[in-house]
Design a protein around this ligand. Structure first.
Ligand code: NAP
Ligand code: GDD
Length: 366
């Protein structure tokens, strides 16, 4: 519950009075031991403004957590995905490029669980900005782990690793034992982030887990990722707002799941007595063409009439195919996905049709 109030850096002092103060509002703190209530856990999420951050925040609120998100300052509002949660979460300014901000946030928030989801996550941009990608997505993990080591070494830490690390796959399906062969500066940075997480676990005994998540999507996915680009185009074409959509490699195969299912796996990893690494995937691969076919068919269209191939969208080095083996997650975490590939494509199209109708209704350029 949030109450408007003075902004203060004295979060720790304020908490002792059972009130935390930060960023223009105060939050009633967790009931303390002895108060007759179980202690409310605190989770800190970097990347809370992203697709996964918003799903994870919702999930943890449902579980009764105090949820604090770290977000970078921007000149325009980028809270679209968490707008509906802003009266139930705290948002703190910080940046994975800024060590001091990470230390301060950890000191003030004192989380029980820390989910490091912040990253430059769009693969093509990693060729355009390889050094920055390395800083955010790779070294950023070391920065936050160093802050953990200095301030809160008993926190349970989750690192958002990626199936992009498998890249040019060395075996199929890919499991926790499959060697990495990343094919983009993003994939290379994620391999670094993965191994530094393992290293801090082994060097300092930190409860640090790495989730090797395969592609996961949903209506909150950024518009530049292929599934959302297709679902949005199918909706707009259906409503007469657009005629064509340009795509690159239609033969690329991915193991696509639903983001809401995947954040549950993140949480499960941090509930284990022992930290570890887990592949999270559906075990089914489909092509970009398959996604087009289902998405357009759902609104009564033939994708071949609307998809234009654009060679400039091909990547310098492609990840042709990914297929995950999530046996370990199933056996140890009891995790399995609930949304099928076809349902995922259809629910994304439905959400985009509804969104475009709302935008048209408001008189905006849908
Ligand atoms: P996303 O929608 O692109 O969100 C990325 C988040 O990181 C945003 O909140 C972004 O903030 C934040 N961020 C970027 N640079 C930052 C910095 N320097 N300091 C602090 N925060 C920063 O990505 P997502 O799909 O939710 O993915 C979450 C994480 O899982 C990422 O690490 C991604 O690489 C990884 N992952 C994703 C998938 C997938 O299929 N979705 C699969 C495997 C792994 P702004 O709003 O300010 O940009
Ligand atoms: N984005 C995009 N746009 N991709 C296209 C297009 C297009 O117009 N046409 C074809 N593709 C192909 C890409 O070449 C790629 O093989 C596939 O569609 C998926 O592309 P993205 O949706 O951009 O996702 P990604 O697989 O590169 O990366 C995502 O998944 C990773 C996990 O494997 C991101 O979420 C990463 O952050 C994540 O780590």
């Amino acid at each position: 519950m949030r109450i408007k109030g003075e902004c203060s850096r004295s979060g720790l002092r304020a908490r002792s009075a059972n009130i935390t103060a930060c960023k223009g509002f105060t939050t009633l703190a967790a009931p303390r031991a002895g108060s007759g209530h179980p202690r409310m856990k605190t989770a800190l999420i970097t990347g809370i403004t992203g697709q996964d951050g918003s799903h994870l925040a919702e999930f943890l609120l449902e579980k009764g957590y105090r949820v604090v998100g770290m977000a970078r300052r921007a000149s325009v509002d980028h809270n679209e995905r968490i707008a509906h949660l802003l009266d139930r979460i705290e948002v703190r300014q910080g940046d994975l490029l800024d060590q001091g901000s990470l230390v301060t946030i950890l000191e003030d928030v004192a989380p029980d669980e820390l989910y490091n989801l912040g990253a430059m996550s769009f693969v093509p941009t990693s060729w355009a900005q390889p050094v920055l990608t390395g800083e955010f997505t790779g070294i950023g993990v070391t920065r936050i782990l160093e802050a953990v080591r200095a301030v809160k070494p008993d926190v349970r830490f989750y690192q958002a690793s990626s199936s992009e690390m498998f890249g040019k796959v060395q075996e199929s399906p890919q499991s926790e034992k499959t060697p990495f062969w990343p094919r983009s500066p993003y994939g290379v940075a994620k391999v670094y982030g993965h191994w530094i997480t393992v290293n801090y676990r082994e060097s300092y005994g930190i409860h640090a887990s790495s989730g090797i998540l395969f592609n996961h999507e949903g209506p909150r996915r950024g518009l530049e990722f292929v599934t959302r680009k297709i679902s949005s185009a199918a909706a707009r074409i259906k409503l007469g707002l657009q005629e064509k959509v340009s795509l690159g490699n239609l033969d690329a195969r991915r193991d696509w799941g639903y983001a809401g299912d995947y954040v549950r796996a993140m949480w499960l990893m941090l509930q284990q007595d022992e930290p570890g690494d887990y592949v999270i995937a559906t075990g089914e691969a489909h092509t970009v063409r398959d996604f087009c076919q289902i998405a357009f068919e759902h609104v009564g269209l033939n994708f071949e009439d609307h998809v234009v191939l654009d060679p400039t969208l091909l990547r310098p080095a492609e990840v042709d195919t990914l297929l995950g083996d999530a046996t370990r997650a199933r056996n140890v975490l009891g995790w399995q996905p609930e949304v099928s590939f076809g349902d995922l494509a259809r629910l994304m199209v439905d959400a985009d049709v509804a969104l475009q109708r709302r935008l048209v209704g408001r008189g905006g350029d849908a």
